[in-house]
Design a binder for this molecule. Structure first.
Ligand code: C2E
Ligand code: MG
Ligand code: MG
Length: 656
């Protein structure tokens, strides 16, 4: 299942122009030698049958024995050549065949000389030249034939020596010619074969390399997005055909962008490589890890672990691996990854469906349990269906008519009056009814529709603000997505300029999550806002995990302490201490501070004792329509005097 690097053949083939190996040529002789052995075998068998059928020749018994031995030898050589033999073995086999011919012919002549049989000695020269694979054996065999011819002529018909010398030379010439022609033909065919092999190997290596490039991520060497989806589709096909379930996991690194921004891209790349290595370790042989892009990874695991507990164990193993420290050159960095898991056992689901479910589990893991694994379940399915309905309704809706802005007052405890309003978006969908901004803002971000929505809401808020007294400010919430595009920011600022309202009366609220996605771009956007004359407030302060770092580096002028701390301030001593610390932090840094979510007089009084100045919450006023703003300003706020029995948990002990 794992994809690996291209396999480039290690077979050595000569490069063009390089001389052919001796072994390759000799091996090419095997078919010739095999054919020769059959011919020689037939010759000896025929000779044997003839001798047995027509006996009478002197030395008949000796010759029958010799021919039988030669026939057996040629049969053995033929059988021996059935399998592919090495160059040396072919040389020996060829020599044995030739020797049996040579010995037989000469034995016949020695026992019973016939001058017409001398031609055999001559004929054998080209035959040996054709059969033998190497030059040295051809030379030896030809010389032997010539020598035997000379000896036989000298011993039997010396008067005709000069004739036979010339006939012998002709035999040698024929042998040389045949050996050259054959050698050339073999040489060319071997060369062509080697060229073909080399071309095929080059083509295969190139194809493997191209495949590798197309299927693997260059940085981490993991299968890339494309091969991940190919594998996913084939797994779904197997699920449909054979009912084989599998596990799909999506992994997203937490806080990878800050690592990239702070330590540089080389460190970021190194971190991604280490993540890939750790995923490989977890995956072992039973799962396929892949990099989908950026800091997103995925995993497809085989069937044996489709029980919920086992799947979660897999997720926990990934969590554990990813939360080990990363050695990035001179830095050591902490990290973690959120994991969304899905057991794919429903054959009716498409690739898009399974990705959507795993992605939702990942989204939940990121939102609620950063650095943890979440397995998709029925509750998440319900949530996902609801949000997909929101997505669909959002795509069809009319921003102008369905969206409105409400205004929530912000109160100055020293001046005892409202100093401004926060604009809060509302959506009354004809299909879904009232949808909470927590839901539709995220949906608009997901669907890439937040920028036009921001424009509509800002225009509505600015239009309403024109009726307000000049000393009131407007706080407007920006999405992380607004900050990520300089063009979007420019059109936000242009909308304010077009309204003709003084820029210092309009403040923008941004959340820490906006910083986390791309810190550098967020900082540029905040600079852009500040240069235009607006102040910037850091919303929901205290909820994120690296607030102080951001505070140091960003030109924000105000903190908004999240309402979750205020709501528990009276019951929970640590919430109380957090509010107290954040208030004194804002004072130390010279920043303004708004406490959100003040609902009771008791909370208000304690905040007053802690030195809080600006508050916002239902006690002062709930978000109201634009029409209700002016009447609200003219009705004085009635807040009772501090009651001595109201005391935060931290102080109770001290008083006791
Ligand atoms: P936020 O900016 O922190 O807004 C304050 C939220 O707290 C508002 O919820 C408000 O109605 C609620 N709230 C105020 N006082 C109290 C209180 O005393 N008790 C309680 N329990 N809640 C109180 P809302 O209107 O539901 O908005 C939720 C979030 O949606 C906002 O949080 C903000 O992050 C986002 N949002 C709202 N309007 C917009 C907008 O126009 N654009 C963008 N990008 N985000 C918006
Ligand atoms: Mg806000
Ligand atoms: Mg807030």
């Amino acid at each position: 299942m794992r994809l690996s690097g291209p396999k480039i053949s290690t077979r050595s083939t000569p490069a063009p122009g390089q001389s052919l190996q001796h072994g390759e040529i000799t091996i090419a002789y095997q078919p010739i030698l095999r054919g020769g052995s059959i011919a020689i075998m037939c010759y000896f068998l025929f000779d044997l049958v003839t001798r047995l059928a027509f006996p009478g020749e002197s030395h008949h018994g000796v010759m029958v024995l010799a021919v039988s031995f030669a026939a057996l030898t040629s049969i053995s050589v033929r059988l021996y050549l059935c399998r592919t033999r090495s160059a040396g073995q072919l040389e020996v086999a060829g020599s044995i065949l030739c020797l049996s011919l040579f010995a037989n012919s000469n034995l016949q002549q020695v026992l019973y000389f016939q001058d017409e049989n001398l031609l055999y000695s001559v004929l054998m020269m080209p035959i040996f030249a054709a059969l033998l694979p190497s030059r040295r054996t051809i030379a030896v065999a030809t010389l032997l034939c010539f020598a035997s011819l000379v000896i036989l002529v000298q011993s039997n018909i010396p008067a005709r020596m000069s004739d036979y010398i010339w006939i012998g030379f002709s035999g040698i010439a024929a042998g040389v010619a045949i050996s050259l022609i054959l050698r050339n033909a073999v040489l060319n065919s071997v060369k062509a074969r080697l060229d073909a092999i080399r071309d095929r190997e080059t083509a295969e290596a190139l194809a493997a390399e191209t495949r590798h490039l197309a299927e693997c991520d260059a940085l981490t060497n993991l299968p890339n997005r494309r091969s991940f989806f190919t594998e996913l589709e084939s797994r779904l096909e197997r699920l449909r055909r054979h009912g084989e379930p599998f596990v799909l996991g999506l992994v997203d690194l937490d806080g990878f962008k800050p690592v990239n921004d702070t330590y540089g891209h080389a460190a970021g790349d190194e971190m991604l490589k280490q993540v890939a290595e750790r995923l490989r370790t977890v995956a072992g042989d039973t799962a396929m890890p892949a990099r989908l892009g950026g800091d997103e990874f995925a995993l497809i695991a085989s069937a044996p672990c489709t029980r919920s507990e086992t799947v979660l164990q897999l997720g926990h193993r990934i969590e554990a691996q990813l939360s080990r420290p990363y050695e990035l050159g001179e830095y050591t960095c902490k990290g973690s990854g959120s994991v969304g898991l899905l057991i794919c056992n429903d054959p009716d689901l498409s690739t898009h469906d399974v990705m959507e479910r795993a992605d939702h589990a990942l989204y939940f893991a990121k939102r609620a349990l950063q650095g943890k694994a979440v397995l998709f379940n029925a509750a998440l399915e319900h949530e996902m269906m609801a949000s997909s309905q929101v997505d669909k309704a959002l795509r069809r809706c009319n921003y102008e008519t369905e969206f409105t802005v409400k205004f929530q007052p912000q109160y100055d405890l020293i001046k005892s009056r409202v100093i401004g309003f926060e604009a809060l978006a509302r959506w009354d969908s004809p299909e879904l009814g009232t949808v909470s901004p927590d839901v539709f803002i995220q949906a608009a971000e997901r669907a890439g529709m937040i920028r036009p929505l921001t424009q509509v809401l800002l225009t509505k808020a600015l239009t309403a603000m024109k009726d307000w007294p000049d000393d009131l400010t407007l706080s407007f919430n920006l999405s992380a997505h607004d900050l990520m595009s300089p063009q979007a920011m420019e059109s936000v600022l242009q909308t304010v300029r077009d309204s003709g309202l003084p820029t210092k009366r309009i403040e923008f609220e941004i959340t820490e999550t906006a910083m986390m996605s791309d810190f550098n771009q967020a900082r540029r956007a905040i600079d852009q806002i500040s240069k235009a004359g607006h102040s910037v407030a850091l919303d929901d302060f205290g909820v994120g995990y690296s607030s102080l770092q951001y505070l140091q580096q960003l030109p924000v002028s105000k903190l908004k302490i999240d309402r979750s701390f205020v709501s528990q301030m009276l019951e929970d001593s640590s919430s109380f201490k957090i509010v107290r610390t954040m208030l004194s932090l804002s004072q130390t840094l010279g920043l303004g501070c708004v406490i959100e979510g003040v609902e009771t007089e008791a909370q208000m009084h304690i905040l007053r004792t802690l030195g809080a100045r600006h508050v916002q919450g239902y006690l002062i006023g709930e978000p109201m329509t634009a029409d209700a703003v002016l009447p609200h300003l003219s009705s004085p706020l009635k807040i009772g005097r501090p009651r001595p029995d109201i005391c935060p948990p931290g102080l109770r002990k001290a008083r006791a």
